[in-house]
Every structure is written in C-alpha cells, then in structure tokens.
Design a protein around this ligand. Sequence first.
Ligand code: 5RP
Length: 239
Amino acid sequence: MESEMPQLPRKDEQKKMLARAAADLVEPGMMLGLGTGSTVDFFITELSQRNFSGSGLTIVPTSRASAGKAEECGFKVVSPSASAVPDLTVDGADEVSRDLSMTKGGGGALLWEKIVARASQRRVYLADDTKLVARLGKFPLPVEVTPFGHVYTAILLRKFRAATRLRIDASGEPFETDSGNLIYDCNFPADADPAKLDVDLSSVPGVVTSGLFIGFIDILLTVADGQTVPVSDPSDVFW
Ligand code: 5RP
C-alpha cells in the first residue's frame, strides 16, 4: 500500500504552530522585540495564553498595531532605548529564499522591524511554507520613501528597472507608515541580485529603507511534513 503524504496544515494552522514553537524560545523577564503581522498576532496570543504577561517580559514593538495588541494582552510595552535592547526578536516574513534572504514589509512595518531586529541579540523569523521560495521576487519589494519628492524617488527606482506602484490604503489614500512615510511596492526583473539591489536602493535619495532583509535570520522556523522545523544555516535549507 502506498504511504500517504501527511496533510499539509492550512496556512493559519501553520502560523499557529510556528507561534507555539517561537513561544518555546521565550523566557520570563526577557526584553522581546515583537514583529508585525498575522503570524506575530498568533505569537502574542500564545504568549498571553502561557501567562507571560505577569512574568516580567517587556516588549519592544515594531509597529503601533503590535504595540496595541501587546498592550491589549496585558504586556508591558516600551520604546527603543539604551536600557531596552531586545534579547530576542520574533517576526514574520513575506518571502524567504534558499540563501535565507527575506522580503518583508507586506504589513508596512519594515523600517521599525529592521531597526528593532538589528539591535537584537537574536532574531527568529516565522514563515509558513507558502513563503519559501527559490529566489526572492514574486512578492513585490516594499520600498519606504519620504513623502517629500516621492515622485522623483520613484523615477530613480525605475532606473533600476523596477515597476513601481504607490501603496494605497483601504480608504483609497496613500498608505502612511508609522513614521509618516510612503511605500512603493516594486517588481524588479527576475535576474536582479538582492544583495546588489539592497546596496543600490540605499543610494537613492528619498529611500528610507527597503523590505530586503539580508543576513538577519538567526533561526527561521517553518513547517515541513506537518512539523515545525528550525533552519539556522543555508545547509539546513530543504526547499
Ligand atoms: C509586516 C511584515 C510581516 O512580517 C509580513 O508581512 C508577514 O505577515 P504575516 O505574518 O501576516 O503573513 O513584514 O511589515
């Protein structure tokens, strides 16, 4: 009889599994960098269910939305400061490639996510299996730009062969980040090299940051064969 392939958990089920696995890495009294997005929402709910709010855990959030959610769950929330350096940051991802580069910023929190992650001692990212790709690029790359002169900035982005689209919010207005900036969602040609693009984009006046997160992953938690799997090195990559 043929062995049956395990049924792949639905996307939200995977996110919940990842949230549980990430919660296992949290310890009472930690300074925790909290990412943004639906996976992170499951994670904060999981921490709340495990009664971490009374454990001395302090949260440095990466968006107003995550700060609100953490406060709702009874957590102590602080802003970045010299005495609030995260021991660990847990965040989601939009795409992860085989060299463990990532695209983030689907939720528009890329700048604060990058700042908090870079300051952290350790970074853990949660990616359900729909986020695992051979090469980055299917998910449009969010590029955060200053409102001033953003149309000029978009013209410069197109010099890197990008198709650019100003992000619009649900009310039809330009989407505004928590820092008051705008986002262009960009499609670059398939042969674009993410590492070079990262450097190129940072040279454009008006670009605040991009959603390219290269060299950020300490541990990636993903799902394979119905189990959460940690990936900490390109040699662990299975997709
Ligand atoms: C927000 C992000 C999120 O981490 C990313 O969009 C993943 O979100 P989700 O967990 O909802 O799939 O980068 O800026």
